[in-house]
Design a protein around this ligand. Structure first.
Ligand code: GLC
Ligand code: GLC
Length: 654
């Protein structure tokens, strides 16, 4: 949009740019800067407009965008233009992701580069490598306490290794996702070191206080993210003699985005990584970006403004680069990280569907779909040009992030239902096969979350111990069912490394001092490649799960109704154990009925019950029903569709 004031300021800024910038070829940069400047200026002004150095900071911001644009390779610039034309490219059903640790899936980055065939074999074409930037050895929070944003941790490799991987992946049309920890740095980052030595400039990069006055005000309302390992949200630094805000662990110093210099530094870092060929940047802990006394300091309006600014700036320099929002917050809050009142994403194009993840686990424990149906019904539509990451497990704990309202609606009492789930997954419930561990227990509010691998939480670990073939088979079926849900729900499915071969909990973390008190390490395994090799032996557990996922991925890629265009219709069924939805084919008539049985016994579905939803699917009486996953007609008993324990169908009805 053209607006006089912002445009005249833009002209002033352009006049001040140094020849080393203006001498360069900047055509596309200028047109995009012009297109985004009004928005960018307005947002920057909202946050920093009262500062005397506002214009100077704005100039710095434009300089950073321009310098990084100049550094961007012509190959990436071409890719930017191609993605601009084909702007819905990431909504296509062809994308299937996997998250992994470079030193868990492989030994290190060079070794990972040798394992790319594994992705192709499975059908994965989006790879999220967990944080690899330099971190202190024992105080790293699994890579989320960065001490140098421009250097890869030497334990896994260096910049050249990642460039090799980026190129290998690009050749095979595999997307590369890396983390940028935007909310905090390690206490050993250069900025923190300088702050500690008394440098005022860098003290202003963090929230640092001389005494407890302000921290105490904050503490009245701030929740604790890690109540067991890091109670309280401030840490006293002896050398500095001051208090530092540390929302996560005491060695993770929260960055102060009230200071525009911090925003500009972080933008420079984001663009640096976009220029390394990273397709998608996962922005960590974005809900926490802005702090305010008197609230939870999560989901603040200013946090959204910061993300809009990051997006606007990134669109100018590297528009082909997407953002993932890691905002594990309430269902109605998560969806706001796409941006509101828009068609295309104003903040992040992709967000973790933490609500669906938690609801799936509820269905696992209760063996029914009551809450998942309720929760999905209330899941707001996302923006048109935005998509979910659908996942079952990730490197973090499972938080029971659905609302008490929804729990009440389906007839449970919220407190006791949540307690039941915690007991169920941590093995305290008498009728459970789950082998989970509690995480983040907080005696003050009885809160807790759950750790453990998919395989162990589902019951395969205990079934193997019992050597009970029937239970082993059921567990495998259950694992496959959950994948069938994330593969068809709408969005990008994200497999957690190791789940594709049924990896169990790894209890070795208990013997490691720096990990012992963080149960999340139970599900951050080192892949046993001998075990993985069994995926080639028919009849093995690894084979059964791996080939099921392989087939599912292949079939998914052929079903255009699985593209993500707000084309899902939930179906209400009288049988509470079944979860069903239609995926509408917006380009044609190949709609798909997805249905899953969450119970451990046979369940039936009367097709007539769905007449209302299926009216668009031709004449119901003469239809041929095919399960696209198995390629066979589903079992029918009279008018009823039969679903064996934990069975799912992807039905095409013609
Ligand atoms: C994110 C990460 C988590 C980490 C936290 C603090 O939630 O996923 O692993 O502990 O941020 O950086
Ligand atoms: C994240 C989430 C929290 C999660 C934690 C990592 O930022 O807010 O729910 O459990 O950090 O464990």
């Amino acid at each position: 949009m053209y607006e006089q004031l912002s445009h005249s300021i833009l002209n002033e800024i352009l006049d001040q740019l140094k020849p080393e910038i203006t001498d360069k070829e900047l055509n596309h940069f200028y047109t995009r800067l012009g297109a985004n400047f009004y928005s960018l200026f307005s947002l920057f002004q909202k946050l920093y407009g009262k500062r005397h150095d506002f214009k100077y900071q704005l100039l710095k911001l434009v300089e950073v965008m321009a310098r990084q644009y100049i550094m961007r390779s012509s190959l990436l610039k071409q890719q930017d233009l191609a993605r601009e034309k084909d702007f819905n490219w990431f909504l296509h059903q062809k994308w299937v992701g996997m998250t992994l640790y470079a030193d868990g899936f492989a030994e290190d980055l060079p070794d990972l580069a040798k394992k790319i065939d594994y992705f192709t074999e499975l059908g994965v074409n989006l790879v999220h490598i967990m944080p690899i930037l330099e971190c202190p050895k024992n105080a790293s929070d699994g890579g989320y306490a960065v001490s140098n944003y421009h250097k890869i941790d030497e334990r896994v490799g260096d910049l050249q290794d990642i460039s090799i991987i980026a190129n290998l992946m690009k050749e095979r049309d595999i997307l590369l996702v890396l983390d940028i920890v935007v909310n905090h740095t390690s206490n050993e980052h250069e900025w923190a070191e300088k702050a500690r030595q008394g440098d005022r400039k860098y003290q202003d990069y963090y929230y640092i206080f001389n005494n407890r006055e302000i921290p105490d005000m904050f503490e009245k309302t701030l929740p604790e993210v890690f109540p067991q390992t890091a109670p309280g949200n401030f840490t006293y630094d002896k050398e500095m003699g001051k208090w530092v805000m540390t929302i996560f662990n005491n060695y993770q110093w929260d960055l102060n985005y009230q200071n525009p210099a911090v925003f500009i530094e972080m933008l420079d870092i984001l663009l640096f990584w976009a220029n390394q060929g990273v397709d998608i940047l996962r922005l960590d802990a974005v809900a926490f970006l802005w702090k305010k006394i008197g609230g939870s300091s999560q989901n603040e309006e200013e946090a959204h403004i910061l993300l809009q600014l990051f997006k606007d700036c990134c669109q100018v320099t590297a528009p082909g680069t997407l953002f993932i929002a890691e905002a594990i917050v309430a269902p109605l809050e998560i969806v706001k990280y796409f941006g509101e009142d828009a068609i295309n994403a104003k903040e992040c194009e992709i967000a973790y569907n933490a609500t669906f993840m938690a609801l799936l686990w509820d269905a696992v424990a209760t063996k029914n779909a009551k809450l998942i149906r309720q929760g999905v019904r209330n899941l707001p539509d996302k923006l048109e040009r935005a998509t979910w990451l659908n996942y079952i497990r990730c490197h973090d704990d499972i938080g029971l992030g659905f609302t008490d309202d929804d729990i009440l609606q389906v007839g449970y009492e919220p407190r006791s239902h949540r307690q039941f789930l915690l007991n169920y997954f941590s093995g305290k419930f008498e009728d459970t096969a789950a082998r989970g561990l509690l995480f983040g227990q907080n005696p003050k509010n009885n809160d807790a979350r759950i750790s453990g691998t998919l395989t162990s939480l589902i019951g395969l670990e205990s079934a193997l111990e019992e050597n009970n073939q029937h239970k082993i088979d059921l567990s495998i079926q259950h694992i496959v069912l959950l994948h069938a849900m994330i593969f068809s729900f709408g969005g990008i499915p994200l497999i957690y490394y190791g789940d594709e071969i049924g990896t169990l909990n790894d209890y070795s973390f208990m013997g490691n001092l720096s990990k012992a008190n963080d149960t999340r390490w139970a599900h951050r395994p080192k892949i046993d490649w001998q075990k993985a090799q069994k995926r080639k032996i028919e009849g093995s557990i690894e084979y059964t799960i791996f080939t099921a996922l392989q087939r599912m991925i292949k079939v998914r890629k052929e079903i255009s109704a699985f593209g993500d265009f707000n084309n899902r219709e939930l179906i209400n069924l009288s049988n509470p154990h079944l979860f069903a939805f239609l995926r509408l084919d917006i380009h044609g008539k190949n709609h798909i009925l997805v249905i899953g049985n969450f119970d451990a016994s046979y369940q039936y579905l009367n097709l007539a019950e769905m007449h209302h939803n299926l009216f668009r699917l031709n004449d119901m009486n003469n239809n041929i029903i095919i399960d696209l996953y198995s390629g066979e007609s589903p079992t029918m008993f009279k008018d009823q569709l039969v679903l064996s324990p934990f069975r799912f169908y992807w039905l095409s009805i013609n």
